[in-house]
Design a protein around this ligand. Structure first.
Ligand code: SF4
Ligand code: SF4
Length: 430
């Protein structure tokens, strides 16, 4: 047995809550209709009820009522969930699945002892990802190897588990598109701030920079937020609720202080996390009001750009768009990025099949659950290639790494690019 429940024993059948797993009342929103099943990526892959939203809600309820113990099997089904919230979009009953999952994972984190390898993987993610300085330091050897044209050799020498992580990393020294300086007046208009995130500021700084420049080109006065703390999403999704809440509080204070009218993130996972601060901190006596205010100002990039008129540009190419889960299912942003792309002269937009099905990235999911993540990446890459597009545009760095890694694996000619970088490319007339 890889792990076991700690501090609690099995309790006989019971009709009410005997454990504090999730907000019990929220479980009753689910009427077991099953309409979410075909929207759930893990159910599509395994066809197992316990890998569906309905099945996982049943597990949470059974745990809460003490009808099952927190054993390896239960944890496996909860771990396999991507947290993509595709089920929320499909659910006619308004189930708050994302909140339920965060609470259930926190319960798992407090009450279940993982096996050694699993513990190490979770610990590595928690230690490095939310802290840009640590992540930079850890990537330094790879960056050096790349400069010496030795990345492939380093990869070959690395243990298998580490090799999979290396494969996901974009080239550390590649040049990225940049918005032309002349289009960056940075004066007048409403204020906007770009939350730089943690992983994004190390691995895709161009997306942050070009998001700021696109906003400035559209007439926003871009203010800086320094230093930026992790938004907390990685911890919230991984069951580390206490630290996730600490990050949320730090960000609420900093974002409120910035006075920005629009709070934008180039990472849709971060934008959705910031948009959830109001709910997350609703019982915080000091910050509940500020958290609500900050949440109400959180937005994706397309919304403020479309509100002010889009930056001009031209690029002759065929483009398909991948809906990042937390943008489409967490924030309900589906049309905005497409409208923005369609406004660029020369761009031909083609839809891919299952554009809103998770690519398997899901925060740190592809590092922690690589088998399921690979299957989803392959499915996504098949759908992308079937469009014949030159570019797949998306709004989240995690999806960018995941999709790019799979397309590299198959030597595809399709280029993966963040929406902000694509706007920069079009603005520079490349
Ligand atoms: S969050 Fe995604 S993977 Fe998890 S149950 Fe919902 S649809 Fe399935
Ligand atoms: S989560 Fe929603 S869609 Fe899925 S079974 Fe429950 S009520 Fe139906």
């Amino acid at each position: 047995m890889a792990g076991r429940e700690t501090g609690e024993t099995a309790v006989p059948a019971h009709s009410g809550p005997v454990r504090d797993v999730v907000e019990y009342d929220l479980l009753f929103d689910c009427v077991h209709c099953g309409l979410c099943l075909e929207s759930c990526p893990t159910y599509l892959l395994t066809r197992a009820e316990m890998d569906s939203p309905r099945g996982r809600i049943y597990l949470m309820k059974s745990l809460e009522e003490g009808r099952i113990t927190l054993d390896d099997d239960v944890v496996r089904h909860l771990d396999a969930c991507l947290g993509c919230r595709g089920c929320e979009t499909a659910c006619p009953s308004g189930v708050h699945y994302g909140r339920l999952l965060e609470q259930a994972r926190d319960f798992v984190d407090r009450n279940y002892r993982r096996g050694f390898c699993d513990t190490m993987r979770h610990a590595a993610v928690r230690f490095s990802f939310p802290y840009p300085a640590r992540l930079r330091a850890m990537l330094w050897p790879l960056r050096t190897a790349e400069r010496l044209k030795m990345r492939a050799a380093v990869r070959r020498l690395a243990p298998r588990a580490l090799r999979e992580w290396i494969d996901l990393l974009p080239a550390q020294t590649q040049a990225a598109p940049v918005y032309p300086e002349a289009r960056w007046p940075n004066s007048g208009g409403p204020t906007a701030v770009v939350h730089h995130g943690c992983v994004a500021q190390v691995l895709t700084p161009s997306a942050n920079r070009n998001t700021e420049r696109a906003l400035a080109a559209a007439g926003y006065r871009v203010v800086q937020l320094a230093p930026t703390a992790c938004c907390g999403a990685l911890d919230l999704h991984d069951g580390n609720l206490r630290r996730g809440l600490d990050f949320a509080r730090r960000n609420v204070r900093a974002l409120k202080r910035s006075g920005a009218q629009a709070i934008v993130s180039a990472a849709s996972g971060c934008a959705a996390a910031i948009a959830s601060y109001g709910e997350l901190l609703k019982n915080d006596p000091e910050l509940a009001g500020d958290a609500r205010e900050v949440s109400a100002r959180a937005t994706d990039l397309s919304t403020p750009l479309l509100a002010r008129g889009t930056p001009a540009g031209r690029l002759e190419c065929t483009v398909t768009y991948h809906d990042s889960c937390h943008l489409v299912h967490g924030m309900g942003v589906r049309e905005g990025p497409r409208k923005l792309l369609a406004l660029i002269a020369g761009v031909r937009l083609v839809e891919m099949a299952e554009s809103d099905l998770c690519c398997g990235s899901a925060g740190s999911y592809n590092l922690l659950e690589p088998a399921m993540a690979h299957q989803l990446a392959r499915r996504k890459a098949d759908n992308i290639e079937a469009t014949g597009a030159d570019y797949v545009v998306l709004g989240n760095p995690g999806c960018e790494f995941q999709v790019a890694a799979e397309l590299r694996r198959r030597n595809s000619s399709v280029r993966v690019i963040h929406l902000a970088d694509f706007l920069a490319l079009a603005a520079s007339g490349a």
